[in-house]
Design a protein around this ligand. Structure first.
Ligand code: NIG
Ligand code: FE
Length: 409
């Protein structure tokens, strides 16, 4: 297929690399461009003026001055969950804190109860519907975590649902094992009891059935300590699972340092950052993944994105789509939040949700930029005056069409 009349072909890169600090401000594009696709892949692109249409035998699609952008790579979600938690949303409006709700058996434990009562088929169905909905908002690759099972059966059920989603969906999907999301009530006063379940009972089956690509721990006061985090990461490493950590969401938890020490692909959240944490990150290959929708939903301070960019950190942005802290997988909205609340430029925010998002789930050889040989996962916008209009006109749906693996959805 030949796509013609693209107003701006955004994110073209010959030799893509993880973007750090200042590099994130540069988002290369071609004006008045064409793009060629064969099967699932991008095979060529260039300027309209260099295109000779007289001998063209391929199907032609007229983009009618759309911006064409790589589909979003959402590297942190918990999209497999049962039901919803708008009752807690109301409690929070009335002044109860996220931590208080969690202490009273709400929060993650509330979702775990629902999940353990829901069948694998029903869970799959709910997650499938969420995936179909975010696809329309431009998401083309996604990481999904377990962590609402909190029991051997529940965690395996979640991971098997993710495995089935991988098989049936045309999105690129990565699976992360997050049994260490919180302590189940049964093990509230017996942390080692639950950690032994994770290590001795869950991990061997996960390895055998190839149910996960990564291992994650909610390293946070009142959740998993640094020592507990390290114990779980070591065990995961034994089975070839690289870490991606929930770090520094509520406190200076030491999560960043633990993540960097264990060569985590990414440390995620980072609402609470000190200079030491930024020093650690800037001298590492670990990506700092920011989840502004969660800060927005929980009315928390946003991560210090500008300070991190100035320090040459590699930043990704993701939705954290989950029922408790970010019941939204809307990437255009979080791009707007990043620009408005964290003072990222539109270029930085788009790099962070495309190429760096792809790196944060190790799929950058397949998606995240307009590169020959990569998948044709593309967003076609409605008419807009400039790329900056996308976050500027926040809340407006400016996506006209989404193409995944060369097919319009
Ligand atoms: O990434 N912080 C921990 N986990 C989720 C929230 C989970 C929940 O509240 O259900 C997060 O924000
Ligand atoms: Fe999360």
């Amino acid at each position: 297929m030949l796509i013609i009349n693209i107003k701006q072909l955004v994110g073209i890169r010959r030799n893509p690399q993880l973007l750090r600090g200042k590099e994130m401000a540069i988002l290369p594009f071609l004006e008045n461009a064409f793009l060629r696709i064969e099967g699932e892949k991008i095979i060529d692109y260039g300027l309209m003026k260099d295109l000779d249409l007289s001998n063209e035998t391929n199907d032609i699609y007229d983009a009618k001055n759309a911006f064409v952008i790589p589909a979003w790579c959402d590297s942190h979600t918990h999209i497999v969950y049962a039901g919803s938690r708008e009752n807690e949303f109301i409690q929070k409006i009335k002044g109860v804190s996220y931590e208080e709700i969690a202490k009273n058996g709400g929060g993650i434990l509330n979702s775990a109860k629902k999940l353990n009562e829901t069948s694998e088929e029903e869970l799959f169905e709910q997650a499938w519907n969420r995936i179909e909905a975010i696809k329309k908002l431009g998401t083309g690759a996604i990481e999904i975590k377990s962590g609402y099972g909190l029991s051997v059966a529940g965690e395996l059920k979640m991971l098997r649902v993710i495995k089935k989603l991988k098989k049936e969906s045309d999105l690129l999907i990565k699976a992360t094992f997050l049994a260490a999301h919180t302590y189940p009530t049964l093990f509230k006063n017996n942390h080692q009891g639950y950690i032994r379940q994770i290590i001795d009972e869950m991990l061997p089956i996960i390895a055998e059935e190839k149910l996960a690509d990564y291992i994650d721990v909610f390293c946070e006061e009142g959740f998993f300590s640094i020592a507990e985090t390290e114990q779980i990461l070591e065990a995961g490493k034994h089975y070839g699972l690289k870490p991606k950590i929930h770090a520094n969401q509520l406190h200076l938890s030491g999560g960043v340092q633990v993540g960097v020490k264990h060569q985590a692909i990414s440390v995620d959240h980072l609402e609470t950052m000190g200079n030491e944490e930024i020093e650690y990150l800037k001298n590492s290959n670990t990506i700092g993944t920011l989840l502004p929708s969660a800060a927005f939903f929980l009315r928390m301070a946003y991560p210090p994105a500008r300070q991190m960019l100035d320090a040459n950190v590699a930043i990704a942005l993701a939705s954290d789509y989950n029922p408790g802290s970010s019941p939204s997988g809307n990437v255009p909205f979080l791009i707007a939040l990043s620009c408005i609340q964290m003072k990222m430029t539109p270029e930085e925010a788009i790099n962070a949700t495309t190429l760096n998002g792809a790196y944060a789930m190790e799929v950058a050889n397949e998606v995240g930029s307009i590169t020959k040989g990569k998948l044709a996962n593309l967003i076609f916008t409605k008419n807009m005056p400039s790329l900056a209009y996308l976050p500027y006109s926040f809340g407006e749906n400016l996506i006209d069409q989404v193409m995944i693996r060369g097919k319009f959805q």
